[in-house]
Design a protein around this ligand. Structure first.
Ligand code: UDP
Length: 476
């Protein structure tokens, strides 16, 4: 679709970088402006090698009125810019850089009052400065990561060598200390291009007119207080930070396969099923997948396992082609696993309706990679987590969820780096599903679920925070 030439309602535009984890929160934010605040939204979509989940989202029949999804034309020779050994963020940033060449002409078709971007689209600052369009950033990951990222340029100038080799924890001003091992992958190898891309993008964050975060005060009180009150952040200076979360996926398109999963869940007892999936692009090695399958089988718990073809090369192998890979789990799960667990377990290839599953009364816990969207979706449904972080900032999230929020249990080994064996998987699954600790975590998740509802309802902190910007835009 193209942006209509005449728009009567207040008009803002959104620009996410590729990847469902980035697109989903911006999409939900945009829908909120359309549905609750009377806006027209132009939503720019950077096209990548077919991503089934993404294509589904932007079918015109799935979009509300006053929501225009605008495809940025694919970069013709994109493969000439990318090499197989490039990390995900490097690829992302190059795709964005090349795609944004089309942005000025698209924006000038009907100038929006503001452009809202995510972390990897910061090339838009320079483009929009020339067009006098204010740019806001939506930081779609945790606030703890945002605070660390804002501190990164300082760390970069002060620390020699690798951060992971630091002998002590890293102290982001005012925030909980971070174990060097937990820092996000993108900053673990400062010699890799990916580090420079990440550093470049976070250094530009303060250029935003305002920064939205997908969180709320009760979930991340420590990091939010630091951003608001700590002198370090005041001196950057940091633009206003608006907590508007949790914004999670509201609608799932239910396929025939999805309906079968939900019907199966209907037949299970309350809180009895463990849901297992590693985000939109997470994959395990073949050895690790075998241990996971055995751990699930030994635990004797009910489960839904979203199975992806194992990859021994990269934990984020499915990132750019999520939901579009043909795959037959029988070819790579341990022999006889599906037969032996029949009735108690359900194996689903590639993709499942995650929010509907987490919202189902039969779902008792989530074995998750702790991506921020999955984290919010779990908490807002009162579901505790067995943390299995794989890449990006997921280790930071897992530690935060276990040690600060009290809703997750970590493994003693580091999944993604060390092999977690079947016995430990069995043990953790049992604890979360049946143990006292599991019950405490579920209680805490349900408390946070209630506090999230309050934050988003009229008069709540996230609602009011968004309203203040909405009123400002409307007044312009
Ligand atoms: N998701 C889903 N079904 C799946 C796997 C993932 O609906 O089988 C969705 C999930 O609900 C979430 C997103 O994909 O909204 C994953 O985002 P997250 O930030 O958790 O992780 P990422 O994919 O960015 O690593």
């Amino acid at each position: 679709m193209t942006i209509p030439e005449k728009i009567k309602k207040p008009h803002v535009a959104f620009l996410p970088s590729p990847g469902m984890g980035h697109i989903t929160p911006l999409f939900e934010f945009a829908k909120r402006l359309v549905i609750h605040h009377g806006f027209h939204v132009s939503f720019f979509v950077i096209t990548t090698a077919a991503s089934a989940a993404q294509n589904e989202l932007f079918r015109p029949e799935n979009l509300p009125a006053d929501f225009t999804a605008v495809e940025i034309p694919p970069v013709e020779n994109i493969s000439s810019f990318l090499t197989d050994d490039m990390k995900v963020v490097t690829q992302l940033c190059i795709m964005v850089r090349e795609s944004l060449k089309h942005l000025p002409s698209l924006l000038m078709k009907n100038r929006p009052k503001a452009l809202i971007i995510d972390l990897f689209c910061t090339d838009a600052f320079e483009i929009c400065e020339k067009l006098s369009i204010p740019v806001y950033s939506f930081f779609t990951a945790s606030t703890i990561l945002m605070a660390f990222s804002l501190y990164l340029p300082t760390l970069d100038s002060e620390v020699e060598g690798e951060f992971v080799d630091l002998p002590e924890t890293i102290q982001t001003p005012g925030c909980s200390p971070i174990h060097p091992h937990d820092i996000l992958d993108q900053v673990k190898d400062r010699k890799n291009e990916e580090y420079n891309w990440y550093l470049l993008n976070v250094s530009r964050l303060p250029l935003a007119v305002g920064i939205f975060v997908n969180s709320w005060d009760d979930l991340e009180p420590v990091s939010l207080k630091a951003l608001r009150e700590n002198l370090f952040f005041q001196n950057i200076p940091l633009p206003p930070v608006y907590t508007i979360g949790p914004l999670i996926k509201q609608d799932e398109v239910v396929t025939e396969q999805d309906a079968e999963i939900l019907a199966w869940l209907d037949d299970q007892p309350p809180d009895s099923v463990l849901f297992v999936v590693f985000g939109s692009g997470g994959t395990l090695t073949s050895e690790q997948l075998t241990e996971l399958a055995w751990g699930l089988e030994l635990s004797q718990q009910r489960f839904i396992l979203v199975a992806r073809k194992p990859s021994d090369a990269s934990a984020s192998a499915a990132f750019f082609n999520v939901g579009s890979d043909e795959n037959d789990p029988l070819l790579y799960l341990p022999e006889g696993f599906v037969r032996r667990t029949e009735g108690r377990g359900l194996v689903v290839p590639s993709w499942a309706p995650q929010t509907l599953i987490l919202n189902h009364r039969s779902t008792g816990a989530f074995l998750s990679h702790c991506g921020w969207n999955s984290t919010l979706e779990s908490i807002t449904n009162g579901v505790p987590i067995t943390a299995w972080p794989l890449y990006a900032e997921q280790r930071m999230n897992a530690t935060f969820l276990a040690e600060e929020a009290g809703v997750a249990l970590k493994f003693s080994k580091n999944p993604g780096e060390e092999l977690v064996d079947r016995n430990e998987i069995e043990k953790n699954v049992r604890i979360v599903m049946e143990g006292e600790k599991g019950k405490d975590m579920r209680r805490r998740a349900k408390e946070l679920k209630e506090s999230a509802k309050i934050a988003l309802n009229s008069g709540g902190s996230s609602y009011e925070s968004l309203c203040s910007v909405v009123e400002f835009w409307k007044s312009q």
